[in-house]
Ligand binder design. Structure first.
Ligand code: ATP
Ligand SMILES: Nc1nc2c(ncn2[C@@H]2O[C@H](COP(=O)(O)O)[C@@H](O)[C@H]2O)c(=O)[nH]1
Length: 185
């Protein structure tokens, strides 16, 4: 039984925080690649594979997106290697990436949308220490890309007001979903 859980939602909705909690529950996280600079405390190979634009261009990827001025993509190697070793995978992607992996892996993919209001988004990004111009750009982009509303293709929507409760709802949903519990890569 193998499943790929995709966490998506607006900037600051808590995708990375929830993914870390799910790792404590036995999920293996797929580390994606980006050309953006590291934030304070982020580590190469742990939070992202941080690469130059040239390295990014050469890397074989399942999907890629240009977001808020930088490139992001899921390396083929990352999913191929971890799917052999682990039954439950989790990855953090924006909307187009989530749609792309659903197209490729079908029923094995479970997409969870973490909801956040515009006011709470600004508050969390400030609290995370994002620079004011970056917060402004993400806010503009979130509106432009309609990131506050769940698209129709998601499998579960969670109001992430409490991380432990969010994780509980996701685990419960995965247990109940027949397509997910039958999935295999
Ligand atoms: N349920 C929650 N309640 C309050 N704060 C939270 C909650 N979940 C996450 N946070 C905090 O909000 C900030 C943003 O969280 P996180 O980085 O996980 O979001 P994200 O969705 O991955 O954002 P981005 O897409 O911008 O990378 C962090 O400071 C995190 O500690
Ligand atoms: N389609 C993809 N989206 C990705 C990937 N890795 C991360 N992301 C999404 O990008 C934004 C910005 O992330 P941040 O860490 O700079 O705040 C966020 O929505 C992520 O979900 C990827 O490989 N492909």
């Amino acid at each position: 039984m193998k499943t790929l859980l995709v966490l998506m939602g607006g900037s600051g909705s808590g995708k990375t925080t929830v993914a870390r909690k799910l790792e404590e529950c036995g999920y293996k996280r797929l580390i994606t690649t980006t050309t953006r600079p590291k934030r304070n405390g982020e580590k190469d190979g742990v939070d992202y594979h941080f690469v130059t634009p040239e390295e990014f261009r050469r890397l074989p990827k399942i999907e890629e997106v240009h977001y808020s001025g930088f490139w992001y993509g899921l390396p083929v190697r990352e999913i191929e290697e971890k799917a052999i070793q682990y039954d439950r995978l989790v990855v953090v992607l924006e909307k187009e990436g989530a749609q792309a992996v659903k197209r490729i892996y079908g029923n094995q993919v479970d997409i969870v949308f973490l909801a956040i209001s515009p006011v709470e988004m600004k508050r969390r990004l400030r609290e995370r220490g994002d620079p004011p111009d970056s917060i402004q750009e993400r806010f503009r982009q979130a509106h432009e890309r309609n990131e506050f509303d769940p698209p129709e293709f998601v499998d579960l929507v969670v109001e992430n007001t409490n991380v432990e409760e969010t994780v509980r709802q996701i685990l419960e949903h995965q247990k109940r979903s027949p397509a997910i519990s039958r999935a295999s890569f």
